[in-house]
Design a protein around this ligand. Sequence first.
Ligand code: ADE
Ligand code: ZN
Length: 324
Amino acid sequence: MKTWLRELPKVELHLHIEGSLEPELMFALAARNHIELPYASIEEVKAAYDFSDLQSFLDLYYLGMRVLRTEQDFFDLAMAYFERAHEEGVVHVELSFDPQAHLGRGVELAIPFEGLRRAMREAEQRFGMSTALIMSFLRDRDASEAMTVLEKASPWYEVIDAVGLDSAEVGNPPAKFAAVFERARALGIPRVAHAGEEGPAAYISEALDVLDICRVDHGVACLQDEALVERLRNSQIPLTVCPLSNVRLKVVETMVDHPLPAMLEKGVKVTLNSDDPAYFGGGMLDNYVACFDAFGWDQRVFKQLAGNAIDVAFMSDARRRELV
Ligand code: ADE
Ligand code: ZN
């Protein structure tokens, strides 16, 4: 089954490219950029990745990404991920990035945009992969800062496939970003948002109502609200679920407790994704295999999940026809 899952053409819709930074590359970039890390060895980094919740992960995620300073760093980061994803049978990747986490360190917008775009073009040429770019806003910072970033990103509007919303969820409800998402809508940029990861089902409804999103990132809290589940089933608005992430951030206790089977049973349009593969113990293939080990799904279910992602990906119709 693992061989079959590797060969199944998979589409990744929920990947923070900064969360694909493996400890080995973190050390290499720290040396290249003369940045001190609070870790003595790669083993020490791995030992530190023992998270109690989302915030405990975010603290190390923002710490690790300080080694990213130049366009070449972002290129190397994304290329390393594309190589691994290609080996795992991933045929389309939508990478999100957090410009505010870089701007705050003096890394101007052009650096991630140009480095990531160059890697995306190279992955398309070398691996025949298709790619898309999502610019995410940090919800635990002021909405005015997100608005400034959106305006500053105007030279790249053509290459932004969507804007997103991530970081610490509880206490930062979607409505805080109503004006920013309204501006993105006016610019014709599609919108996605993390909702219902650690936050309540009400944040999912609010993100749909106020931010007019076309996809929900995570959304595992939806089962708390029957009317919302009904709405998600009827609208077929997709959820980008990240099972290994949910276990590592203690959103669920173990894989077998994960609500994915219940979500499928209720007819919600779910997809499988990796979120931050360097921090959560695996990429796309590991997430698929973990679901097989926990739920024993047959090939039909995995084809449906991969097919759901193809249906809702930011890709051309010609590319979609190639993949179905
Ligand atoms: N940023 C990177 N990974 C995230 C996650 N799982 N939830 C919220 N923000 C994130
Ligand atoms: Zn995420």
